[in-house]
Ligand binder design. Structure first.
Ligand code: PGA
Length: 252
């Protein structure tokens, strides 16, 4: 089974609208001739429509970094899946560890958000990953099992709209510490088997599993060479178009 590699940039709370459009346009130009890789950038909510418009018709797709699970209502400060979809975005990152750590997100709220995304045709990018203390306590696989199983609880495979998983060990995010190839290999195989158990081999074979956590131009090739790594979710190194293009061009 060949899965098209998926390289995503999570811009977190960086860049004004003007700066986001500038980087997006640079990426659009740099990726004009690229094929065989899916590219997504996730700017802030505020920049979503601007960036989506700037890259329309190009090889660059756009995603949100979060969403609220209700479609509309008196929920001050929140943004819904239909609003995101209408802005031109096609993806939604859900359950990023920073959301879990600083904004109280749980596997239950993640499940509701995946439901909201799937219901309006946004492809969810479900983020999972263990903390350093969980890894030290040898709880990595229990944690991942729970994050995935509870995250997709109640869904049939036909509803998941090309679910993408992103394994991001919390201790590797923004720290410059990447998991070793052996650690990534072990976890990604585990996740593929878990999806097989939860759904089917066919579904697991087409589900893309990304690695995230200090992915840089100089380590992406080694990571992408791991059989069950189907792409990367990149934070810091996606903010600069030159650096991100070197990750997108991981084959070179
Ligand atoms: P990083 O962030 O590449 O800066 O470690 C990855 C992420 O949080 O998605």
């Amino acid at each position: 089974m060949t899965r098209t590699p998926f390289i995503a940039g999570n811009w977190k709370m960086y860049k004004t609208g003007t700066q986001a459009v500038e980087t997006a346009v640079a990426l659009k130009d740099m990726t004009a001739e690229i094929s065989g890789v899916d590219i997504m950038i996730a700017p802030t909510f505020l920049s979503l429509p601007l960036v989506a418009q700037a890259v329309a018709g190009s090889n660059v797709r756009v995603g949100a970094q979060n969403l609220y699970h209700k479609n509309e209502g008196a929920f001050t400060g929140e943004v819904s899946a239909p609003m995101i979809k209408d802005s031109g975005a096609e993806y939604a990152i859900i359950g990023h560890s920073e959301r879990r750590q600083y904004f109280g997100e749980t596997d239950a709220s993640v499940n509701l958000k995946i439901r909201a995304a799937a219901d309006c045709g946004l492809t969810p990018v479900l983020c999972i990953g263990e903390t350093e203390s969980q890894r030290d306590a040898e709880k990595t696989f229990n944690i991942l099992d729970k994050q995935v199983s509870d995250g997709v609880k109640g869904f049939g495979s036909d509803e998941l709209n090309d679910l993408i998983l992103a394994y991001e060990p919390v201790w590797a995010i923004g720290t410059g510490k990447t998991a070793t190839a052996d650690q990534v290999d072990e976890v990604h195989q585990y996740l593929r088997n878990l999806i097989t158990r939860l759904y089917s081999k066919d579904f697991a074979d087409k589900t893309r599993i990304l690695y995230g956590g200090s992915v840089k131009p100089d380590n992406v090739k080694e990571l992408m060479a791991i059989e069950d790594v189907d792409g990367a979710l990149v934070g810091g190194a996606s903010l600069n178009a030159e650096s991100f293009i070197n990750i997108i061009n991981f084959r070179n």
